[in-house]
Design a protein around this ligand. Structure first.
Ligand code: FAD
Length: 465
C-alpha cells in the first residue's frame, strides 16, 4: 500500500475533473487526479462526445456523397471496413487522451489509476492495477461523472447494448431498436443508419428530443422520417432474448400489435450520477436518493473543503458545463471569489440536421410566464443553404417582448451547433435584437440567418439573401 499526501485530489478525470486539476495546477496547487480508467478524459473523450463525433463525421460524409448523385456526381455503394472504421475512431480518441496525458505531466499533476473511495473527511483509498494507494488531501473535488441507466426488465444479453457498446462497433446489425429518443440515442442511431442498419426509435414522450421546441423538431423530422421508423408516446414493456433475435413488446400510441424482432437493442434512456458509489458519507458529503451531490454556486458540497462538479452535481449532463464548473471549483480553492452562474448552457444534438438550442426554449418561456416574441428564419430562404443543399433548417430567436433582449435561440440544420455560440454570446452579453440585426454577418453564410431572424423581430427585414 503506497501513500500520497497532496493539497488537492480530484476524483474522476472527465472534462470536469481534468479541467479542474489543470486549472488548480496552473494556480500553483499541488494536485493529484484519480481515475479508474488508464487514460484521462472520462466518458466524454473515451466513450462519449469524441468517439461519437468521429463516427458521426463518417456518417455525414456517407450521406452527403450519396446525395450528390442527384446533382450529377455518383459514387458507388459505400464499402464499410469495420476494423478500419473502429481504428479511425480509436485513433481520434487516442490522439486526444495522449494530449491530455502530456498536458497533465507538463503541469506536474499526478495521475493515480484506480477506483477511489473516501475513507474519511481527508482521505481516499484507491484500488488500482498496481495495488492500493491511500491519498491524504487537504481539499477534494468530486468529478465522478455518470453511467448509462439500464432497465430492469431487459435481459443481460450481448445484443442489448448501451452507448458504450454501440461505440465499440462490433458489427452492423440489420435491424436495431433505439430505446429512448434523446440526443445520445439519436446520434448513435444516425451512425448505424448511415452504415446500413434499419433503425426503429421508441420514445415514451410525444416527440424526439423532448427538451427541444416542437417547431424545431418538426423540421428535424422532415429529414428523419425516411431514416428512422419513430414510435412516440410508446414504451417498451418487454424484451425477450431468443436465438434468432431480441423480441420486443411495445405498449402505447404507436405500438406494433405483435412483438418485433431486432438484431440489437440500444438502450439510451438516460444517465445516472455516480455519487452513490464513492462512500461519500465517510467524508460527510450528502448524496441524494438519485446519486446527485448538492453544491452551492462555488461548487462546494455541504463539507467546506470538498467540492463537486460535472454530471454528478446535476443536469444538464454536458461536458462544457462540467469544464466551467471545474474551473470555478479550482479557482475558489485557490482563493478567488468566483462562482458558477451562467445565463445559458447550450445543448446540441449532432445529428444531421443538427438540433441546437441555448437559453430559454419557447416551451420554457411559456411555462415561466415570460412575455416573449419569436422570430424564425427558414433556411429555404438562405442562399448558402440552397447552394449547399441544406435547406431543411430553421433559425429561431426568442426575444423579451418589451426590451427586445435575446433570451433564447434554437437552430435546426447542418452545422447548427457551430453557429449557436453567437446566440449564447448575445444572451450572456444582454444583447437585444437591434445589436444582433446591426451586426454584419458574412454573406453567404448559414449564420446570416441569426441576423436575419433579428431583423424580422425588428420589422426591418427588406430582402432575403
Ligand atoms: P465523466 O466524463 O463521466 O468522467 C468521470 C470519470 O470519473 C470517469 O472516467 C470514471 O471512470 C471516473 N470515476 C468515477 N468514479 C470513480 C471512482 N470512484 N474512482 C475513480 N474514478 C472514478 N456531452 C457534451 O457536452 N457534448 C457531446 O457531444 C456529448 N456526447 C456524448 C455522447 C455519449 C455517447 C455520451 C455517453 C455522453 C455524451 N456527452 C456529451 C456527455 C458528456 O460525456 C458528459 O456530460 C461528461 O463526460 C461529464 O463529465 P464529468 O467530468 O462530469 O464526468
Amino acid at each position: 500500500m503506497s501513500e500520497i499526501k497532496t493539497q488537492l485530489v480530484v476524483l474522476g478525470a472527465g472534462p470536469g475533473g481534468y479541467s479542474a486539476a489543470f486549472r488548480a495546477a496552473d494556480l500553483g496547487i499541488e494536485t493529484v487526479i484519480v481515475d479508474a480508467r488508464d487514460t484521462l478524459g472520462g466518458v466524454c473523450l473515451n466513450v462519449g462526445c469524441i468517439p461519437s463525433k468521429a463516427l458521426l463525421h463518417v456518417a455525414k460524409v456517407i450521406k452527403e456523397a450519396s446525395h450528390l448523385g442527384a446533382h450529377g456526381v455518383a459514387f458507388g455503394e459505400p464499402k464499410i471496413d469495420l476494423d478500419k472504421l473502429r481504428s479511425y475512431k480509436d485513433s481520434v480518441v487516442g490522439q486526444l487522451t495522449k494530449g491530455l496525458s502530456g498536458m497533465s505531466k507538463m503541469r506536474k499533476v499526478k495521475h493515480v489509476q484506480g477506483y477511489g473511495k473516501f475513507t474519511g473527511a481527508n482521505s481516499l483509498e484507491v484500488e488500482g492495477k498496481d495495488g492500493k494507494t491511500t491519498i491524504n488531501f487537504e481539499q477534494a473535488i468530486i468529478a465522478a461523472g455518470s453511467e448509462p441507466v439500464s432497465l430492469p426488465f431487459i435481459p443481460e444479453d450481448d445484443r442489448v447494448i448501451d452507448s458504450t457498446g454501440a461505440l465499440e462497433l462490433k458489427d452492423i446489425p440489420e435491424k436495431m431498436l433505439v430505446l429512448g429518443g434523446g440526443i445520445i440515442g439519436l446520434e448513435m442511431g444516425t451512425v448505424y443508419e448511415a452504415l446500413g442498419s434499419k433503425i426503429d426509435v421508441v420514445e415514451f414522450l410525444d416527440q424526439l428530443i423532448p427538451a427541444a421546441d416542437k417547431d424545431i423538431m418538426k423540421v428535424f423530422m422532415k429529414s428523419y422520417k425516411d431514416k428512422f421508423n419513430v414510435m412516440v408516446e410508446t414504451k417498451v414493456t418487454n424484451v425477450e432474448a431468443k436465438k434468432d433475435g431480441l423480441y420486443v413488446t411495445f405498449e402505447g400510441k404507436q405500438a406494433p400489435a405483435e412483438a418485433v424482432r431486432y438484431d440489437k437493442v440500444l438502450v439510451a434512456v438516460g444517465r445516472r450520477p455516480n455519487g452513490k458509489l464513492i462512500d461519500a458519507d465517510k467524508a460527510g458529503v450528502n448524496v441524494d436518493e438519485r446519486g446527485f451531490i448538492n453544491v452551492n454556486k462555488q461548487m462546494k458540497t455541504n463539507v467546506e473543503h470538498i467540492y463537486a462538479i460535472g454530471d454528478v452535481v446535476g443536469q444538464p449532463m454536458l461536458a462544457h458545463k462540467a469544464v466551467h464548473e471545474g474551473h470555478v471549483a479550482a479557482e475558489v480553492i485557490s482563493g478567488k471569489k468566483h462562482y458558477f452562474d451562467p445565463r445559458c448552457i447550450p445543448s446540441v444534438a449532432y445529428t444531421e440536421p443538427e438540433v441546437a438550442w441555448v437559453g430559454l426554449t419557447e416551451k420554457e418561456a411559456k411555462e415561466q410566464g415570460v412575455s416573449y416574441e419569436t422570430a424564425t428564419f427558414p433556411w429555404a430562404a438562405s442562399g448558402r443553404a440552397i447552394a449547399s443543399d441544406a435547406t431543411n433548417g430553421m433559425t429561431k430567436m426568442i426575444f423579451d417582448k418589451e426590451s427586445g433582449r435575446v433570451i433564447g435561440g434554437a437552430m435546426v440544420g447542418t452545422n447548427a451547433g457551430e453557429m449557436l455560440g453567437e446566440i449564447g454570446l448575445a444572451i450572456e452579453m444582454g444583447a437585444d435584437a437591434e445589436d444582433v440585426a446591426l451586426t454584419i454577418h458574412a454573406h453567404p453564410t448559414l449564420n446570416e440567418s441569426i441576423g436575419l431572424a433579428a431583423e424580422i423581430f425588428e420589422g426591418s427585414i427588406t430582402d432575403m439573401p
